[in-house]
Design a binder for this molecule. Structure first.
Ligand SMILES: Cc1cc2nc3c(=O)[nH]c(=O)nc-3n(C[C@H](O)[C@H](O)[C@H](O)COP(=O)(O)OP(=O)(O)OC[C@H]3O[C@@H](n4cnc5c(N)ncnc54)[C@H](O)[C@@H]3O)c2cc1C
Length: 463
């Protein structure tokens, strides 16, 4: 036994020495140290938040993105219903109020305002990047409605809006000469250091590569865009690999977290006895007229109330009846809407043996979305300088205690862009206004001046 142990530790010693020798050699020759990557910005996460942050950084910065599994395994790919947008200037008050009412008035008002004002330019930018949204016959955007929205203000692509957006953003990132994606690479920790004034700051992250090799990624700015927490639940609509890693690591470094108990349960996922990810029946199904029925075929709730209210009503009804699910009926939804708008839901249900055109389907609430997370300011910066967080893993206060349907893709994009802007301002703070203007123009955003007044424009007069 002892001999075996000695042999093992000798081998480890040898490995260590070989590694040190290699590193020394690399340092002398100027070659990169094995297992160490130097870049300007490292982003954990390739959902809409991570991708859009990368796209909004200037090309002068080297960017590394990590994806825990393959890039397709993220919740952004699953978003069905659509993405909110300010319908017209007169919609501002109503959009604001709907977001607050759904969030039980616990929302951060500044964040809601920032999101709504940025919504139209963000949608314009997505369209410029090739994202297709449903259109009316006259070519104008078609808007759908979901629970707790006082009017239609959601743009969509069939019932696969998330896939449409994420696939396009991914293609744009892959074209960037300054960015590279490392798939099957999992962030396990962050690296701390000190800046010139002795302040504790984030200096990058540690990750495990595809073969379990340890990577140290050194960066001036570190972004956590690691998505939600559904992987921690038995029944969730989320990818199982989304296990709140960003929040755990942040907490271990004393970074402030907020509202960790604000978890949204989606009222309608397809009931099944099979384990694994629950299939979502989009809220827009109810927005377009689908109704909830109990075991006796009776309606028991106003289907267009906020998610938490509808979920509670379903769970109460199930408890009252002693049933494992309730029913969702599409009998009031026109056939052309079912076949045109809910194509993938129709197909998936057919595969499971249910034809939504003819019969109600069994549905049950499941974990869906995380409103809490790593506390960030309006520039998406955490309480540890140079560490940013955006997307579902952060809490910027937009959603309050409960998210309004279809606000999360929008919120992720708006605040990912704000993180990129702040990273750029920090990075170029010692540069002249002229250099800053060049950097602003060189960013990969397609529309110059996509926001009415950008922070960069304020500093430089650019755009
Ligand atoms: C079924 C479903 C339907 C939805 N429908 C809508 C909708 O219609 N409209 C809407 O607005 N929102 C919707 N949402 C919510 C929305 O999709 C998400 O909130 C949003 O996409 C989150 O984006 P994200 O970039 O923060 O996270 P994600 O897209 O989930 O991406 C997370 C990324 O982090 C990576 N990651 C995680 N941990 C690590 C780690 N340790 N190291 C490295 N990488 C890591 C993952 O690999 C992944 O790339 C829906 C969600 C689901 C599940």
């Amino acid at each position: 036994m002892t001999g075996e142990k000695d042999e093992k530790s000798e081998k480890t010693e040898d490995e260590k020495n070989a590694r040190a020798e290699k590193a020394e050699k690399a340092a002398k020759t100027g070659a990169p140290t094995p297992g160490v990557i130097d870049c300007d910005v490292v982003i954990a996460g390739c959902g809409v938040a991570g991708l859009y942050c990368a796209l909004n950084l200037p090309r002068a910065l080297n960017v590394v993105l990590l994806s825990k599994e393959d890039v397709a395994s993220c919740d952004s790919m699953l978003a069905q219903g659509g993405i909110c947008v300010l319908h017209d200037p007169d919609d501002y008050e109503a959009f604001f109020e709907d977001t607050l009412r759904a969030g039980h008035y616990e929302n951060r008002l500044e964040s809601v305002d920032l999101m709504i004002r940025a919504s139209r330019p963000i949608i314009d930018d997505l369209i410029k990047r090739g994202v297709r949204f449903a259109r009316r016959e006259d070519g104008s955007l078609d808007y759908t409605r979901e629970g707790a929205h006082s009017r239609p203000r959601i743009v969509y692509h069939e019932d696969v809006t998330g896939e449409e957006i994420t696939t396009h953003l991914l293609a744009c990132v892959r074209e960037l000469p300054n960015a590279r994606i490392l798939e099957h690479t999992c962030m396990t920790d962050i690296i701390e250091g000190f800046d010139a004034s002795g302040r504790r700051v984030c200096r990058g992250m540690v990750a495990l590569g595809p073969d379990g090799e340890r990577l140290e990624i050194h960066a001036d700015a570190t972004v956590m865009a690691t998505g939600g927490v559904g992987g921690l639940y038995a029944h969730s609509t989320n990818y199982p690999c989304l296990t709140g890693d960003g929040c755990r690591i942040a907490a271990e470094h004393g970074v402030l977290l907020e509202h960790m108990d604000y978890v949204q349960i989606h009222p309608t996922t397809l009931w099944t006895r099979e384990p694994g990810r629950s299939f979502l029946i989009s809220e827009s199904a109810r927005g377009e007229g689908a109704i909830l029925l109990n075991g006796s075929g009776e309606r028991f709730v106003d289907e267009l109330q906020p998610r938490d209210v509808v979920s509670r009503a379903i769970l109460d009804e199930m408890a009252r009846e002693g049933s494992e699910h309730v029913w969702l009926s599409f009998e009031r939804v026109p056939l052309e809407t079912i076949e045109g708008h809910f194509t993938h839901i129709l197909e998936h249900c057919l595969e499971e043996g249910y034809d939504i055109r003819r019969e109600p389907i069994p549905v049950v609430p499941a974990q869906h979305y995380f409103m809490g997370g790593i506390h960030v300011d309006s520039d998406s910066e955490t309480t540890l300088p140079h560490l940013f967080a955006c997307g579902e893993t952060c809490c910027n206060g937009v959603h309050g205690r409960n998210r309004l349907a279809s606000n999360s893709l929008l919120e992720s994009l708006v605040f990912a862009q704000r993180a990129a802007d702040k990273i750029m301002r920090d990075r170029f703070e010692d540069d002249t206004a002229a250099q800053l203007a060049v950097a602003a123009k060189a960013r990969s955003r397609f529309i110059a001046g996509s926001r009415a007044v950008t922070d960069v424009a304020l500093l430089t007069g650019a755009e």
